[in-house]
Design a protein around this ligand. Structure first.
Ligand code: MN
Ligand code: MN
Length: 472
């Protein structure tokens, strides 16, 4: 074998992945920048699931989507959405083929780790006022101290009205903070583990220091309450029926001298939610099969509850669409495909020892396909079949989507879950794929523009294909 033949054999038989920037076209490069600008705007405004749902509905209505009502006339090309209690959203574009041939579903979540306020949050201690919190989702607690926070959510009043609260998003708004111990006095704290150094009860948010002008007790607390009353008409009792959360107050920004990455709060999983949302808005007038896009809530706490992916709400909506065509829901599900679009861990050279580098997703290598999630012995995963992985490989390649395989760290290191298993348990062929993230679940996460754009392209490719490999 001469040198030339040897090279040919090598190239044909051994897999070799190249950086996405060596493979991406000029057109894709331009489209990527445009796409990411729009995504950054979305991420800046959609800091809680309710805000993401509101933003998505606005985008969808501009593209002709109507709120679904039982019995409304539907035909191929109809565009409808179902708003589940303002916290999760399902959009559908009816396809040429009936639902008995299955649907093509993409599902992501729009909730992110944060500090929820307790139901009796307000407290004064030594003439400083605080909000007590109960964290939501998996956080490293020490990361949430000494950073600017803003307040989002709702206060529901007994008369049925709901006050929307956003404090800290506007440029001149005040912000909040969980204080941390100065290093000078942190000798003991510094010897504790990262898990113990800051505990859950210590995550109390500093919200005021001016005393009310009287001689009573809790004057600072009263002063804070009077500001809230003036602004929202609420009293301390109303916190009992509120859902308020503190989220990082960082603006979404480009990262790196080359501006190739995006830093922000809540990429997990709004980066995939935006990709599938934009993709379903961009599918052709009448797709082959019915396309469905899910923006789920409660993924970070296990997908339970009425707005989580284990809720019957999804089945009920799909059953309504099926009933319209006198199709049984199970006939539809057994031929459906679901891309569980959730972020994955990006290989981080600074923490190389927790990863098996050759099996991890890398920044700028495209959307990461995850055959299985789960922890250690693949516990808690739906594990997509080899056939399904082969199908997605084909669709992504045909659609010129840059993709890579990904896993969550070394075998014994840990792992994670997504909504995939809840979709697969419904007898829907399901596979995970999404954007690789650096510093996942931190108050400020990093993704690459290339991977964001390729995730959008990947969602669009599966919608367009219509699960041609599905069960006959
Ligand atoms: Mn996620
Ligand atoms: Mn997560």
């Amino acid at each position: 074998m001469n040198k030339e033949e040897e090279t040919k054999v090598r190239e044909a038989l051994l897999s070799k992945t190249k950086n996405g920037y060596d493979r991406m076209s000029r057109e894709d490069h331009l489209a990527m920048e445009k796409y990411c600008k729009e995504y950054m705007k979305f991420l800046n405004e959609a800091r809680m699931e309710r805000e993401a749902v509101r933003y998505a509905i606005q985008m969808a209505e501009e593209k002709g989507f109507l709120p679904y009502r039982q019995g409304m006339p539907l035909q191929p090309g109809s565009r409808v959405y179902f708003n589940n209690r303002g916290k999760s959203l399902i959009l559908a574009v009816l396809g040429k083929q009936p639902l008995s041939e299955g649907a093509v579903i993409a599902g992501a979540h729009v909730d992110s780790p944060r500090l929820d306020l307790k139901q009796k949050p307000l407290r004064e201690s030594d003439e400083l006022a605080y909000f007590k919190t109960h964290y939501y989702g998996g956080i490293k607690k020490y990361q949430w101290t000494a950073i600017p926070l803003e307040l989002h959510g709702v206060v529901a009043l007994k008369d049925g009205t709901v006050e929307n609260v956003v404090i800290g998003r506007e440029k001149d708004d005040p912000r909040f903070v969980v204080t941390d111990l100065l290093p000078h006095l942190a000798q003991k704290q510094m010897t504790q583990s990262l898990a113990e150094g800051v505990n859950g009860e210590a995550l109390q948010i500093l919200i005021g220091s001016t005393p009310y002008a009287d001689n009573g007790e809790d004057r600072v607390k009263l002063a804070v309450m009077s500001i809230l009353h003036e602004r929202y008409g609420i009293t301390e009792e109303d916190f009992q029926s509120a859902e308020l959360a503190a989220v990082p107050a960082f603006d979404v920004t480009e990262i790196g001298l080359d501006r190739s990455m995006i830093g922000g709060y809540g990429h997990d999983d709004r980066v995939c939610a935006y990709a599938e949302l934009k993709a379903i808005l961009d599918v052709e007038k009448i797709p082959k099969k019915t396309c469905v896009c899910i923006l789920a809530d409660k993924e970070e706490t296990g997908s339970d509850g009425v707005t989580g992916m284990q809720s019957q709400a999804f089945d009920d909506f799909m059953e309504d669409l099926c009933a319209e065509q006198t199709t049984e829901l199970r006939r539809c599900f057994e031929k459906s495909f679901c891309l569980s679009a959730d972020v994955t861990a990006a290989y981080d050279p600074n923490y190389a020892d927790v990863y098996d580098k050759s099996n991890e997703a890398r920044i700028n290598y495209g959307i990461g396909i995850c055959k299985f999630t789960g922890a250690r012995g693949k516990s808690g995963t739906s594990d997509a079949s080899a056939e399904l992985v082969a199908y997605v490989r084909r669709v992504f390649d045909d659609g010129k989507v840059l993709w890579q395989l990904s896993e969550m760290g070394k075998v014994d290191q840990g792992g994670g879950g997504t909504i995939a298993k809840y979709m697969a348990n419904r007898n829907i062929d399901t596979i995970d794929a999404g954007v690789p993230v650096l510093s996942m679940h931190a108050p400020f996460e990093v993704v690459s523009k290339l991977d964001c754009y390729m995730t959008y392209k990947g969602c669009l490719a599966v919608y367009k294909d219509g699960y041609t490999a599905g069960r006959k």
